[in-house]
Ligand binder design. Structure first.
Ligand SMILES: [Zn+2]
Length: 59
């Protein structure tokens, strides 16, 4: 029943970098708040980063 595994990665909407990580310093996740993601390349921060299918990136 399993589809081909899809792996989604966050992509920075500003510079299209895939080098996006969760900003752990916020540590708000423990309070049930959404995690803040931060782009390592341009420093863009947002609660919402678009996600893309990794299969489309590896072309
Ligand atoms: Zn960026």
């Amino acid at each position: 029943m399993e589809n081909k595994k899809k792996k989604y990665v966050k992509i920075c909407p500003k510079c299209n970098s895939l080098d996006v990580k969760i900003d752990m310093q916020g540590a708000l996740v423990a309070f049930g708040l959404p995690a803040i993601y931060i782009c390592n390349d341009c420093g863009f921060k947002s609660y919402i980063f678009p996600e893309i299918d990794l299969n489309e990136v590896e072309k």
